[in-house]
Design a binder for this molecule. Sequence first.
Ligand SMILES: O=C(O)c1ccc(O)c(O)c1
Ligand SMILES: [Mg+2]
Length: 635
Amino acid sequence: MRRSIATVSLSGTLRDKLQAIAAARFDGIELFEPDFTNARMSAAELRTQCEDLGLRIELFQPFRDFEGMPQAAFERSLERAEKKFDLMEALGCPLMLVCSNTSPLALPDPALAAEQLRALAERAARRNLRIGFEALAWGRHVKLWRQAWDIVQRVDHPHLGLIVDSFHTFSLKDSPQGIADVGEKLFFVQMADAPLMGLDVIDWARHHRNFPGQGQFDVVGFFEQCVRAGYSGPLSLEIFNDVFRATPNRRIAVDAMRSLLWLEGEVRHRLEQAGAQDAAAAQLLQRQELFDPPPVPAFNGVSFIEFAVDGAHAESLGELLRQLGFQFAGRHRSKAVTLFRQGGIRIVLNQQATSAARERFSVQGPSVCALGLRTGDPVGALNRATALQSARYEAPTGAGEQRLPSIVSPGGVIVHFVDEALGENGLFEKDFILEAEDGAAGAGLQAIDHLAIGLTPDRLDTWVLFCRAVLGLDAADAVKFADPFGLIRSTGMSDAARRLRLVLNMSMSERTRMAQAAQASGGVGVQHIAFASGDLLASVERLKATGLRFVPISDNYYDDLPTRFELDAAFVERLRAAGILFDRSAQGDYLHAYTEPYAGAGFFFELVQRLDDYDGYGAVNAPARMASQAQEERQ
Ligand SMILES: O=C(O)c1ccc(O)c(O)c1
Ligand SMILES: [Mg+2]
């Protein structure tokens, strides 16, 4: 299927946009008229540039306020259209988007709208151009795709068809059901996702759209309807987004392509599943050339976390890990790398000169530079990731050393795919001189519950899509909470089995610690690592006794707690003494505590216990931590 993107979706000059679009391997563009009007470039030059870059100009848009107008305005519009047809001929663009009329002069008369669109289609036909009619959610009389379709059917002209845009359909809570019956009159498909918002629809549409897979619309269901209509392309993105327009366009263009590949893969998967009972679906699959990525791998937790350090930080972070109950577990055979372990948790400290870890350290100081994700199919995971536009990472390995399929995640943290058949130590047996395990329980920390990733605002949607498309994780509803210096937005991403959990945090305020740490890590940094304990009270009490410092929690918090939940008074006093935070949902309870940040670096550790099926991350308690840290700084 040919893939396209509207020029309005990216930052930069028209020339820059085209280069970014071509570099991301799109086949074509929707030319957003203002991009051309303001470019110091003739139509012929633009046409040549697109040809040189291998891009088609699939669509010219938008042509506004046309249908259902009083006669004089209609006649002027026809003249205006002829001028645009001249331009389209010069550009070699075959299709014009007419969006539904928003003018107060527009008349509520579908028959008149049809008559005028017929006249336009007739003129387009003389030049062998086509017209597509799109319902804008805020059109004066035509708001829904069905209303536009009704008019297109009345016209019944081969040069007039329907354009659908998922944003307009979902923003009005309308259904895409029925688009499948439009058939060959479906001339063009614009896909956009968006977060659900209570905004005025025009502001929502013009500032907050995002790529399929980044928002909350049923974009897969929408595109499935289009495919079932027999539509075979172009599949196009039309994304008005303030952040995207302010972000380097090459990065956004990669997300754009990833979103379309993911979308095609999801719809293909649905048709394949329907295929056995549904002959039409099976036939479509043969004709449509939908992208066919390797399936989403099943992940089974985090195998290890690797920190980039230098000698001094290897000492002090190693000391902190020991304080947390970790044991030194071994040394790499050929590199300046050490391993710590506790329960099923493995942490690697890497201070090897001339390594990716050292490169990260030299820019960002001590920080997480790599993760290992456990899976039954590491090569499958790699193949899916590269199919969805992740860069492969080739670690320099010595003779006989373990090789792992690996990728670079957006922002630079390396993700290794680790074969779960290797077990907890197996990965390290080849490369490390391992210490014998002495069976000590440490502090009772057993596994990595989740990683929280701090992101600058321009990286959040990228990471939501990366998690969804590459790792197959779903997003929970975003929660917002208050830091003393601004608002934090937090989105939990996890697989259906809840074996892999990542939390994506972002702050629009530059004054929050979280935002400052994210900025300091180049936009993406692991902010904290949460370790699971089977008995958090016991773990924290033991660690406090050895002098480990936790973020202190205000007494007022514990006075308030019994007013929020029905809790045993003695239990509340134990929580207070240990400084443990508490949350309860319909699914279960959550106990957690945070360590003080590691000396000067942005990251810290969280210790957690989930009871029953608690599925969140204690976001309601995050302000208690952040306020406490702020007060510590002020003292
Ligand atoms: O916001 C607009 O005006 C506008 C224009 C053209 C489109 O295709 C669209 O979806 C919105
Ligand atoms: Mg549109």
